[in-house]
Write a protein that binds this ligand. Structure first.
Ligand code: NAP
Ligand code: MG
Length: 496
């Protein structure tokens, strides 16, 4: 990245892709309808984007199925898919500034993070699965001597990814990386708030040599395009990231249509447990703050419930308050900005209504709680900390998806675990301690897909990611993700 890049100037020069990408070309929605894509940075219109509906999903599924049956991708030697995907990753890096800018304009995250975190991780994801795919072997079963039991992995066929707006391209890449590597054709539906990077990256996939019809993008509303995907009779699987509420819809759609495989990465309410023997309380305070304020708290694993051991409670909360200051919202196109806007006005209003609810329920507002930078025309909220929260209050139970921290205290390890597990969610939990046996004991007791010890964001693409309980099922990242995009075939041969 050129250090002196003027992101405001770059933004003015951008040319948005705003049509669906089906069968290797940009096409308008069959109905001709579009929807307004507004930037939350300043409330201004970015583009009118094709509002895809059932008919467009149908076209995309046909293109995807035709491509799959032709086999140019599905039947290509893994080594060939590897090379093409490596080229795709190279192109993502080549266009990283542009893609980062699209993310920032579309959903308001700071450009520095979009460029150095999101887009690098997208390229790394594609590259990781590219490199893996010609190293995954099939199996031979232990059979009697006169038989051969082959267990082979086959791609599913047409796979759809329905994704949210908080890390628009990265959440998509966690699906399209392994799905494409395994040989599937893909239909991607980005969130209505953030379609631009997905639409642009489809073109890069084509440029890399991914055959037409293998990578399709249908922007549109959840209730129309999303539902049409969920209910389609010729989609083999849906990989979903989003809210628990909509995740449940996909289970219903599947049951009412063709029983397509569904994997769900849904909401969370991460408990972040700070024990009095934490080795470095400053590092823990920094983790507590970045854990909830990074990406304006619009993170499924946001460390939104801070559980502090009674003996250090007051001192520790003071430290977190000081750290919160670093996250005062600023211009998302300024590289120094640590926290940008909320994704849209609806989300901002929703988060502010949780702040009101917290006050009404008797929690004490220690820091923040207001909209700021109003004159920008955008939607910004201060870093907000509640203290004196009880775990039965709404702000401790529901996923706020904003920069709002709920602080609770606990007396001992058992109480910490009890509070932490008292949630419908189980995506992630964090704990801080100097005591290895306590860390292992508590980590075993926590009902969460990921437990971070002495950090809030452990692990890259090499570890699996997903939920317990109503945070969903199925795993993104790591080789385990391949399971979602392949099925096993047994071929049993007898002879002699
Ligand atoms: P969302 O409302 O559930 O939307 C997710 C996706 O589903 C979007 O593409 C959306 O389309 C679509 N959708 C909405 N209603 C639908 C319907 N009735 N039928 C079919 N599709 C539908 O979630 P969001 O507000 O975008 O994102 C925030 C949520 O995502 C949070 O709950 C967060 O925890 C979760 N999340 C989870 C993870 C994880 O890995 N576990 C990661 C990131 C986010 P439209 O946008 O067009 O409505
Ligand atoms: Mg938008």
């Amino acid at each position: 990245m050129a250090a002196a890049l003027n992101w405001h100037e770059q933004a003015k020069a951008l040319d948005f892709r705003s049509q669906a990408f089906i069968g290797g070309k940009y096409v308008p929605a069959a109905s001709g309808e579009t929807f307004e894509n507004i930037s939350p940075i300043d409330g201004k219109l970015l583009a009118r984007v094709a509002a895809c509906d059932k008919e467009d999903v149908d076209r995309a599924v046909k293109a995807a199925r035709t491509a799959f049956n032709k086999g140019a991708w599905a039947d290509a030697p893994p080594k060939q898919r590897k090379r093409t995907l490596q080229k795709f990753a190279d192109l993502i890096i080549k266009h990283a500034d542009e893609l980062a800018l699209l993310e920032t304009l579309d959903m308001g995250k700071p450009i520095g993070f979009a460029r150095s975190i999101d887009i690098n991780a997208v390229a790394e994801t594609v590259r990781w699965y590219a490199e893996a795919i010609d190293k995954i072997y099939d199996e031979i079963a232990p059979t009697p001597k006169n038989a051969l039991g082959m267990i082979t992995r086959e791609p599913l066929g047409v796979v759809a990814a329905v994704v949210p707006w908080n890390f628009p391209l990265l959440m998509a890449a966690w699906k399209f990386g392994p799905a494409l590597a395994a040989g599937n054709s893909l239909i991607l539906k980005p969130a209505e708030q953030s379609p631009l990077s997905a639409l642009r990256v489809a073109e890069l996939a084509a440029e890399a040599g991914i055959p037409e019809g293998v990578f399709n993008v249908v922007p549109g509303y959840g209730e129309t395009a999303g539902q049409a995907i969920g209910r389609h009779m010729d989609v083999d699987a849906v990989a979903f990231t989003g809210s628990t509420e909509v995740g449940k819809f996909f289970l219903k759609y599947s049951g009412e249509s063709n029983m397509k495989a569904v994997s769900l990465e849904c909401g969370g309410k991460t408990p972040n447990i700070v024990f009095a023997d934490t080795p470095n309380l400053d590092a823990a305070a920094q983790g507590a703050a970045s854990g909830i304020f990074f990406n304006s708290g619009q993170v499924c694993v946001a460390a939104s419930r801070l559980l502090v051991e009674e003996s250090i409670h007051d001192a520790f909360v003071e430290k977190v308050k000081a750290m919160a200051n670093i996250f005062q919202p600023g211009d998302p196109l300024d590289t120094k900005t640590m926290m940008g806007s909320m994704v849209d006005k609806t989300q901002m209003d929703r988060v502010l209504s949780y702040v009101e609810k917290g006050k009404k329920d008797g929690a004490s507002l220690a820091v923040g709680g207001r909209q700021v930078r109003e004159s920008s025309g955008g939607y910004y909220i201060e870093p907000t900390i509640f203290d004196g929260v009880a775990n039965d209050m709404t702000i401790a139970r529901e996923e706020i998806f904003g920069p709002v921290l709920a602080t609770l205290s606990f007396k001992d390890t058992d109480e910490a675990v009890k509070i932490a597990n008292d949630s419908i969610y189980g995506l992630q939990a964090c704990l801080w301690t100097n005591d290895l046996s306590k860390a292992l004991k508590v980590s075993r007791a926590l009902r969460a897909g990921t437990v971070n010890v002495n950090n809030v964001d452990g692990g890259g693409i090499e570890v699996p990611f997903g939920g317990y309980k109503q945070s969903g099922f199925g795993r993104d990242k790591s080789l385990h993700a391949i399971d979602k995009y392949t099925q096993l075939k047994t071929t049993y041969i007898t002879f002699g």
